[in-house]
Structures are given as C-alpha cells and as structure tokens.
Design a protein around this ligand. Structure first.
Ligand SMILES: *[C@@H]1O[C@H](CO)[C@@H](O)[C@H](O)[C@H]1NC(C)=O
Ligand SMILES: *[C@@H]1O[C@H](CO)[C@@H](O)[C@H](O)[C@H]1NC(C)=O
Ligand SMILES: *[C@@H]1O[C@H](CO)[C@@H](O)[C@H](O)[C@H]1NC(C)=O
Length: 447
C-alpha cells in the first residue's frame, strides 16, 4: 500500500515537473516573443528611388536607379519596402540592342532584372512622389502599385534621385519638383514622426540648390548631391554598342563603392569622402545633419543588419568618358553621325544636330530678351547673363520659374531651357521684383 502510495506520489511529482516545465517554457516563449516585438520596434528600413527622365538619350538615369535597386535588394530590404518610380521606356525601347536588359557599366551585368514597376509612365510625377514619400496611402489608391513609404518614428528612410535638374528644381517626365515643396515635405514628415533618420542621395545638375539654405541641420536628415547649386552634374560611360551614356559620375561612384564595400562597416561620411574625391567633374556636396555621417551605410542602403550577397562586382576599370549632362544629347547625336553607315543616316543625324542647335539659339535669344526687358541697363543685363548667383530667394524664384515654363518653354519637355534658369535666379538675387520679370517673360514669349 505504502509503496503504491509512494509510486502514486512519484507519479504526481512527475506530472508536476512536466507541468512546471511547460509553464517555464511558456514564460520563456513569451519572454522571447516580447523581445522580438521589442526588436521590431527598433525599426525597419524603407527606400524610395526615382528616375525623373524618359527617352533613350536619358538611358543613364533609369540605369542608375535600377542599379540602386539591386544594391538595396541584395542588402536585405524587401520589395514591400522599396518603392521605384521610373518611366520604364528603356529596357524595351526599339533603340535598345539588348531588349529587356539595362546595364550601368561598360559590359556590365543586367540591372533591370527584378526591379519592381511600382510607378511607371505618367505615374512618375512630382505630386505622386511627394505623396509616396509622406506615406499618403489614400492619395495613391488606384495608381500604380499603390505602395507608399509607410514609415514610423523608429524607421530609417533612404531616397535616391537620378534626374535632370536646374536651380531649385529636379525635373520629372511631366512637371518639376521644387526645392521648397521637397523641404516642406521633409519638415512635415519630421513633425509627424515619420522617420527616425532619413538620407537623400541626389544626382542632378545644380542639385545642391535643392537643399542649400533650406535643409535644417536638426531634423535627422542627411543629404548628398552630385553637384553644388551652380554647376552641371556629369554623365559617363558612353557605350558604342548601345549608342548612349550608361551612367552618371556621382551615381556610379557611390554605387560601385557600395557594390564592394562592407556596408555594415563603411559609414556615410566614408562614402561621401570617397565619392567626393572620385567625382572630380563637379563638387559633391552634403547638407543637413552631418553628425549622421558616423552611421553605417547598411542602415540606409540595406536592412540595417548585415551586408550580404554582392551580385555586382564588375569592377573592371573602364574610362569614365565624363561629359556635362547638358551636352549629352548633342554628344550622342554627333557620335552617331560620325559612325553612320549610310549617307541617309548621316543626313538624318546632321539634321537633328542642326535642329537642336537652332532650338538652343532660339531659347538663348528669348532669355536675353527677358533679361533686357527686366533690367535697367545693358551692363546689368550682361552681368545677369554671365554670373552664377547662389539661389536664396526661393519665394521670388519659384513663381518666376513656373511662369517661364508655362509661357516660354515647358521645362520638362525642353531640356535646354533648364540651362537658362540661372538667369532667373540672378534676376531675383539682384532684387528685380518677380512682377517685373513676369512681365518681361510675357513680352518676350507671348509676342
Ligand atoms: C566589352 O565587350 C566587348 C565584346 O565582348 C569587347 O570587345 C570590349 O573590349 C569590352 N570592353 C571592355 C571595356 O571591357
Ligand atoms: C531646429 O532649429 C531651429 C532654428 O534654430 C528651431 O527653430 C527649431 O525648433 C529646431 N527644431 C528642432 C526639431 O529642434
Ligand atoms: C578626373 O580624374 C580622372 C581619373 O583620375 C582624370 O583622367 C581626369 O582628367 C580628371 N578630370 C578633371 C576634370 O580633373
């Protein structure tokens, strides 16, 4: 009996032990679960990448952005958190001899593979860009993939543009994004706690003017640009086989660095210094909170954890063959003209070159008229046509620039018109009232 009772109690003990260990396991599990939740509160990583041009002459901008996607993707950011805006008319352009393939380096590997087509064609607009950046899901309902940057206060955000630019704007296939609209959006994201840290990399002519005198240093935003506010950025890698430029200097410099660097060790400042040193054709700049420079690249160009696969290690050094972005179209035309196989082809390219030169002359003439009408002396007009004042007075400049675009030449369609906007900056910076310049624009372009 006693023995039996003992056995029973041993049995009870066993059951008790089992119960206890189950309970312990449950406690441990919930502890682990809580830690996982806590870890997810540490934040995730988002990216918005934008090619703001279209047309085969501008192959390089979409090539840059596809390459950027490959870097973000291979470093662990899932497609749900990468939003891509690009016109998507290059891979299957009839001018592309390698259909369905885009490269960003001479004899480089395909960077088009796998790129999400979130927003293409007419969905690539400045208005959509601003909504996507600010996480306006309702505003993007029914447009493209509808994906937006749904970031919260613990999340890091990376934004990369490759684009045509001019003082105070970057161009889109339809319309322009102004520096003040961009900086207002950044400020309201800060106020709504929509990021922990945010980084911008911007390739465009005069890209420094998007942040200079505008981006605060105390809102955890860090930006680098291909050029200062008064100069061109440069295209590179002319491909004789594809008859176009494959990349832009600043863009390929940061990306070819990221292709081989250990992104969990290299910092934003180290990359900035490398890119600045290698981009000797323009002044690579940085703005905003420079103290963020000590952060590792993986927080923005990856998922914040560890650098993984390096799919693009084609570091075969080839000549950069750099050229100011505004000269790209004429350069491509004249290279095609030189090697045209038939007299008819030569004739065609010659005519296109003449047409482009004539257009430029026409725009120059109109601009000179605007300046003559808006100024009081030939001396001042001459100066306005030649100096490069830094853009500070955005309130004067933006309405004048918009009026020029709607009255004289639509900036997103006539690339060369972007090259003349510095004169409108100069007029504002020399205190010519916007109403006078607007009147001068009407006189020069409406008659
Ligand atoms: C690119 O590939 C072509 C054809 O294979 C070759 O002739 C050329 O030398 C290569 N160029 C470079 C810079 O590697
Ligand atoms: C940043 O600095 C400006 C100017 O000193 C100040 O007005 C603003 O409140 C500051 N913002 C934050 C978030 O600290
Ligand atoms: C920039 O550097 C390259 C390669 O080092 C060199 O060939 C080129 O002449 C330099 N360009 C300028 C404008 O200094």
């Amino acid at each position: 009996m006693e023995r039996g009772a003992n056995m029973v109690s041993t049995g009870h003990l066993l059951v008790l032990c089992m119960l206890l260990s189950v309970a312990l396991a449950a406690i441990t599990n919930s502890f682990v679960r809580e830690n996982v939740i806590e870890e997810s509160q540490v934040g995730v990583h988002w990216a918005l990448i934008v090619a703001g041009s279209n047309g085969y002459y501008n192959y390089r901008h979409q090539a840059d952005i596809c390459h950027a996607y490959q870097i973000l993707h291979s470093n662990g950011i899932p497609d749900e958190r990468i939003v891509v805006m690009m016109y998507d008319d290059i891979a299957y352009s009839e001018e592309n001899p390698t259909q369905g393939i885009i490269v960003n380096h001479i004899n480089g590997s395909d960077v088009y593979r796998g790129v999400p087509k979130d927003y293409t064609q007419e969905d690539v607009t400045p208005e959509n860009f601003l909504k996507i950046l600010q996480g306006d899901e309702d505003g993007m309902k029914g447009i493209g993939s509808g994906k937006v940057i749904k970031s919260g206060p613990n999340d890091d955000v990376f934004v990369n543009f490759a684009d045509h630019g001019a003082p105070g704007i970057v161009a889109f296939p339809s319309g322009e994004l102004t520096a003040s609209a961009l900086n207002d959006a950044i400020q309201s994201m800060h106020d709504a706690r929509k990021y922990k840290k945010m980084v911008f990399y911007v390739e465009a002519c005069e890209s420094g003017s998007m942040f200079s005198n505008l981006l605060p240093t105390n809102i955890s935003v860090y930006a680098t640009t291909a050029a200062n506010g008064e100069e061109s950025s440069y295209a590179c890698y002319y491909d004789d086989f594809r008859d176009t430029y494959l990349g832009d200097v600043y863009s390929v410099m940061w990306m070819e660095d990221s292709d081989v660097a250990d992104l969990s060790k290299e910092t934003l400042t180290q990359q900035y210094q490398t890119v600045k040193q290698k981009t000797n054709t323009s002044h690579v700049m940085r703005f905003g909170d420079e103290s963020m420079g000590t952060l590792p690249l993986i927080k923005f160009e990856g998922d914040g954890k560890s650098a993984i696969a390096k799919p693009l290690q084609e570091q075969k050094t080839v000549p950069l063959d750099a050229i100011p972005s505004p000269d790209v179209k004429l350069s491509i035309l004249s290279k095609r003209w030189t090697k045209a196989p038939t007299e008819a082809d030569r004739h065609k390219y010659h005519a296109l070159i003449k047409q482009e030169l004539k257009l430029r002359e026409y725009i120059d003439t109109r601009m000179r008229q605007v300046v003559d009408f808006a100024t009081k002396s030939t001396e001042q007009a001459d100066r306005i046509m030649s100096v490069r004042h830094q853009l500070r007075d955005h309130d004067c400049y933006e309405p004048v620039m918009h009026h020029f675009s709607t009255t004289c030449f639509p900036l997103h369609k006539v690339e060369y018109a972007l090259r003349q906007l510095y004169t409108l900056v100069n007029l504002c910076e020399e205190n010519i009232p916007p109403s006078m310049t607007i009147e001068a624009i009407d006189v020069a372009c409406l008659h």
